[in-house]
Structures are given as C-alpha cells and as structure tokens.
Design a protein around this ligand. Sequence first.
Ligand SMILES: NC(=O)c1ccc[n+]([C@@H]2O[C@H](COP(=O)([O-])OP(=O)(O)OC[C@H]3O[C@@H](n4cnc5c(N)ncnc54)[C@H](OP(=O)(O)O)[C@@H]3O)[C@@H](O)[C@H]2O)c1
Length: 260
Amino acid sequence: MNMSGNTILITGGTSGIGLELAKQLASLGNTVIVTGRDQAKLDLIGKEHPSLTAINSDVSAPAAIAQLYDRVTKEFPKLNVLINNAGIMRKINLHDRAVDFEDLAREIDINLTGPVRMVKQFLPHLKAQKSSAIVNVSSGIAFVPFPISPIYSATKAGLHAFTKSLRVQLKNTGIKVFELAPPSTQTPLQNAFDSTDVKASANMDVRKLAREAIKGFTRDRLEIRPGLSNVLNWISRIAPGIGLRMTSGPVDAMLARTQP
Ligand SMILES: NC(=O)c1ccc[n+]([C@@H]2O[C@H](COP(=O)([O-])OP(=O)(O)OC[C@H]3O[C@@H](n4cnc5c(N)ncnc54)[C@H](OP(=O)(O)O)[C@@H]3O)[C@@H](O)[C@H]2O)c1
C-alpha cells in the first residue's frame, strides 16, 4: 500500500505505539487524526505536534464512536485508513476477590469490543474509498498467552481471529486488512510491569517498531510480526506447550502472594 497521501485515523494515538506511528506517518505526507481519553495528553499533542488532529474519544463508549464517525467523516471525507490501536494491559490475579467481572470486562470492552465497534461503524465509509485499509494492533501474546495478564491475552487472541475473518469477508472489496502484532515494546503500557514480569532488555524501541510496521504496510505484508512476535508465532505452531511454559514464570510469584 502506498503510505503517503492517505487520511489516517489512529485510536489511542496520544502515547506509545500510536503516537509514534502518527508522527512517522505524518512525516511521510499523510493526514493523521489521533484519539484518546485523557484531555491533557490530547492538548499536549496539539501543542507539540500541530500537524496531528487530536480528538477526545473512548473506544469503549458506543455513543463516542458514533460521534467520532460523524465528526471525522465530515471534517476528513477522504479518510481511508483506520488503525485500531487503543488498548490497555493489566496484571490480574483471578483469585483476587476484590476484582469483579465489571473490572475484568473493561479490558475486553477496550481491546476487543472497541475495534469490532470501530470496524462496524467505519466500514461503509472505507468501502466507498478507492483504496483503503484497516489495521488491527494485536500482540505477540495473541499467539502464546501471557498468563499474568489473562484477559489481555484473551482479547489479543480474539482480535487476531477477528482480523483473519474480517480479511476473508472483505476480500472482494478495496480494503486491505492488516494485523500489526508488536512484541514487548518500550511504552507507558509497560509501567504496570516490573523486571520479574518483563525483562526491559527484551523490549523493542518504539521508533523501530513503527518503522517496521510502516515497512510492512508498504510491502502489503498483511500480518506484521516484528522481532519476538515472529518467534512466538512459530513456537505456537511447533511447540505450544513450551511457549506457554516460557510465558508462565511470573505467575508463580503472583500465586505465592495470593491469600487462600
Ligand atoms: N507496548 C507493548 O509492549 C505492546 C506489545 C504488544 C501490543 N501492544 C498494543 O499496542 C497498542 C498500543 O499500546 P502502547 O504500548 O502504545 O500503550 P500506551 O502507551 O499505554 O498507549 C495506549 C493508548 O491508548 C489510549 N487508550 C486507552 N484506552 C482507550 C480508550 N478506551 N479509548 C481510546 N483510547 C484509549 C491511551 O490514551 P488514554 O489513556 O488517554 O485514553 C493511549 O493513547 C495496544 O493495543 C497494545 O495492546 C503493545
């Protein structure tokens, strides 16, 4: 896909991977709109990156998605690329009685239901463009679960499966369906984890991740699995049990702290 001259909407584009993609895509001559919930971060984008348009919108709120659609398609009728990037990742101890289902479901609402709602809302508009794309940002964890983050793992595996089905259903349209499955990457999302959960040295630099993603879009590589994500994908095929053992270590420390 030609990665200049597009009009691109990135959910969760005020930080980390979304913001870095926004900056690099804008520098390639694309019009870029980013969303997020934190108004302070959106205001900062307006000041530091005036070429980006920043809009307050929550992917887990259906009314906000409808409003976003009305505004963006009116102000940017050439919108032709949707990047579903917004996501949260938490450590969750399923033994913890203080964690109720509503709390668990927040992660599902943002990471899985959010992209599905966004696709449903924007699909007619994207179909009407000559050339368009949907990019769903999953994770290497889509291929091998990370049991200390059980809901996150489920949402990313779900998003991976949804993306494959979407690609098949859109095969007779002009919409390319990409999946970007980042490996562990240095962003604020990692702040909830310490060195016993994730080795900082294993993290990919976010600028490198964004460059690899854009190279993948340009080459029409529909499933982009930079670095360790590709390794996890192979392990999930040839030795899934070993893969799960490799990612299960941090759970032992968590269980040791669990009250009976
Ligand atoms: N970093 C990694 O190691 C890694 C690895 C694999 C995959 N990923 C995936 O990459 C994506 C980006 O993660 P990141 O590492 O860049 O995290 P990040 O730095 O924490 O950025 C997350 C972005 O999503 C936004 N966001 C969160 N909830 C939202 C909601 N309900 N509606 C709209 N925006 C929302 C955040 O802004 P507000 O909080 O202001 O809303 C922020 O802009 C996520 O889907 C994540 O799962 C990350």
